[in-house]
Design a protein around this ligand. Structure first.
Ligand code: GCU
Length: 675
């Protein structure tokens, strides 16, 4: 049995006998230089992993022998020239080497954390059955900040969380330290995640009080050996709510003094505290605009306070309250673009991947590329707020990859979103990616066994935004389940197709935000007609008897003009707009002829029906996987797929029947009988 607790660190004996024999011969022991807390954690990991993987006793050794795995920092066993220097603070080198005629594997870095990343990479090689005779690997993370954002509340609930309650047991801390905190940090370290914002962006300022800071400190202490820094979401009005001041105006000297003192207090508890994440003037949260100041005024005030402590500010660009009538899609860009160049060096503007809100498919946010003098950070959502909660199997790496590979053309062809966030196209050089966590205290962390792959993918893409979803899926399957090809190939197909399947049964052809009004679960395109004047612009399908879709072309809200010319022109024209974003940018007649030759209406129906069909195919494929894995995870996935199928049918029928009241057209032949 396997309850999924071990995630992708599910160390099992190498199944292939020949390979096992080879590994057993190649690896006889491990030698660790130094004994910092990080090196001790490496020791613990190897002590656990190697005997399980290699099915033999394998110990820490005190001298280098044939078959030693050497973990070191600084001290050189072979001349690596400048190479070691080039891997920086977090990169690593893995080499097959001969030292004093002994064949060894060297894992080396400039820091202990770099060595730990190297060790986890090495374990991955074994877990994925990679040949290890002639290793020559150099790896350096392309982004500085690789973070999870937990939307966890102090009462244990999680905003948009579907895998149980918060991992952080505030009532037990600081006295009782759940060993699970260590496993959380281990899992993060294994994929290179180096920071956690532990509380909700809709922040309760109590987190910054004397009551909570000692608890936060304990978490920071547990995470530290694994290279995971703690950050906090703050409330901009904390000086009023905690400090009793009359204002939170960022230019008020008393306010600045309050933040200085509070920040210094935090650093007393946590000397390597990472900094603040801020949701300001967004969805009712307080912010600098309440005092006639702008986002840069607010961010820079906090940046100056954090600067002496080496902290950063991550200021979110998720705002849309500037006007209830203006197309929401325009608002983040219109609010932030004019501030380009105004932010301090230790500020990152954290931008959601698309202009609305983590939809199954959105075009990339036009802010990427539009602020060349600002450090821009990517915010992806790992928790499946709009993608079926933890009930639907949706591998999100293809969504992330689609965004990262999008070409902004900000500096000509090849100006991809990945290059923008890697700092290659900006004058300011702090870089980062955050994922809104899907982790809770459910035994398997993420609810759906496959939702673990999204946590894993976020880490891998934060390390290398140009990594491929297929490679990520392949590694994850091997590490989490098995190296049996008969399992890997079909399951990889399921994963790689799963996002498109979900788009098909939820929001095909560029439809968006037609989910249940507040829960965001299940279909709710009819909400458009509800008496919600301020939200009128939120539900965007704009269906009428002539057609469907939101006109954001130059004749409509003109959102297309927020993109650089070749992209703008492509989106602006009905002929060149990618069909998978058609209804995002255009209001299109029901009878419009699509590339397939179908009318728009028929095409939409085919997508919805295909979505359901694909879920059923996925179920069939999964049925065949029973022989290859434990019954516990097999059955869990099977049940969840039944739920997914039920919801996919609900989505299809709900949307097709609703939109039909506008199109007035028949459901295409062959599809008439919904089942
Ligand atoms: C979405 C989500 C909210 C969340 C917000 C944010 O709107 O539904 O729950 O607070 O995003 O990112 O701040």
């Amino acid at each position: 049995a396997n309850d999924g607790y071990d995630l992708w660190l599910n160390y099992r004996t190498i199944e292939d006998a020949k390979l096992l024999a080879q590994y057993q011969k190649n690896f006889t022991g491990y030698y660790i230089e130094g004994n910092s807390a990080t090196m001790q954690a490496i020791d613990t990991e190897l002590k656990k992993a190697l005997p399980l993987l290699l099915d033999k006793k394998i110990d820490k050794v005190n001298s280098i022998n044939d078959g030693s795995i050497i973990i070191s920092t600084g001290k050189m066993y072979i001349d690596l020239g400048n190479e070691l220097q080039s891997v920086g603070k977090e990169g690593f080198i893995i080499r097959s080497v001969t030292i004093n005629k002994k064949k060894c594997t060297l894992i080396t870095a400039n820091t202990d954390i770099g060595a730990m990343y190297g060790v986890f990479h090495f374990l991955k090689l074994l877990q994925t059955n990679t040949p290890t005779d002639k290793l020559s690997i150099t790896s350096v993370p392309k982004l500085d900040l690789r973070l999870l954002n937990h939307w966890d509340n102090l009462n244990g609930s999680i905003e948009r969380g579907y895998a149980g309650k918060s991992l952080w047991k505030w009532d037990e801390l600081p006295g009782v330290v759940d060993p699970r905190y260590t496993d959380y940090a281990r899992a993060n370290a294994s994929i290179g995640i180096n920071g956690a914002v532990i509380n909700n962006v809709n922040s309760n300022p109590l987190i910054m009080t004397e009551e909570y800071l000692p608890k936060v400190k304990v978490l920071a202490d547990v995470f530290r050996p694994y290279g995971v820094k703690v950050y906090l979401s703050i409330s901009f009005s904390a000086p009023i709510r905690l400090g009793g001041l009359k204002t939170a105006d960022p230019l008020d000297p008393e306010v600045i003094k309050w933040w200085q003192a509070k920040t210094a207090e935090i650093y007393k508890y946590i000397p390597d505290f990472g900094g603040y994440l801020v949701k300001a003037n967004s969805e009712g949260q307080p912010g600098p605009q309440d005092y006639g100041r702008n986002h840069a005024d607010g961010a820079n005030m906090l940046a100056k306070v954090l600067k002496p402590h080496n902290g950063v500010v991550m200021w979110r660009a998720f705002v849309y309250n500037s006007s209830p009538t203006e197309d929401r899609v325009l608002q983040a860009y219109d609010s932030f673009k004019p501030l380009d160049g105004d932010f301090d060096d230790n500020v990152l503007v954290q931008i959601k991947n698309g202009p609305i809100d983590f939809q199954p498919r959105e075009p990339f946010s036009p802010l990427f590329g539009a602020m060349p003098n600002t450090s821009l950070m990517m915010e992806f959502q790992v928790t499946q707020e709009y993608l079926g909660f933890a009930n639907h199997l949706v591998f999100l790496a293809p969504l992330y990859e689609e965004v990262l590979d999008s070409d902004t053309y900000s500096k000509g062809k090849g100006s991809t979103v990945a290059k923008v966030i890697e700092g290659e196209l900006t004058t300011k050089k702090l870089t980062g990616m955050a994922g809104v966590s899907n982790i809770g205290n459910s035994r398997n962390w993420c609810g759906h066994p496959f939702a673990q792959s999204n946590w894993y993918a976020l880490g891998r893409l934060a390390w290398d935004p140009e990594a491929s979803s297929a490679d990520i899926a392949n590694d994850w399957i091997r590490m989490t389940f098995t190296n049996t090809e008969a399992f890997i190939n079909p399951v990889e197909d399921i994963m790689l197709n799963s996002r498109e399947t979900t788009v098909n049964y939820m929001t095909p052809l560029g439809l968006h935000h037609i989910m249940g009004y507040a829960s965001h679960r299940g279909p709710g395109p009819w909400v458009d007609r509800a008496a919600q004047p301020n939200w009128k612009s939120t539900y965007y399908h704009r269906a009428d008897k002539d057609g469907v879709g939101f006109d954001r072309s130059t004749t409509g809200s003109n959102a297309v003009s927020q993109y650089f010319p070749p992209v703008r022109d492509k989106f602006n024209s009905l002929e060149t707009c990618p069909e998978n974003l058609l209804l995002w940018f255009h209001h299109v007649p029901w009878t419009y002829e699509m590339k397939s030759g179908n009318t728009l209406w028929d095409e939409m129906c085919y997508h919805y029906y295909d979505g359901v069909k694909e879920v059923r195919n996925m179920q069939k494929t999964w049925e065949g996987m029973q022989p290859y894995i434990d019954s516990e995870r097999f059955e869990k996935v099977k049940t969840l797929m039944e739920e997914q199928e039920w919801e996919a049918v609900f989505w299809r029928n709900g949307c097709v029947l609703y939109f039909q009241t506008f199109s007035g057209m028949p459901i295409p032949k062959g599809l008439e009988k919904p089942n």
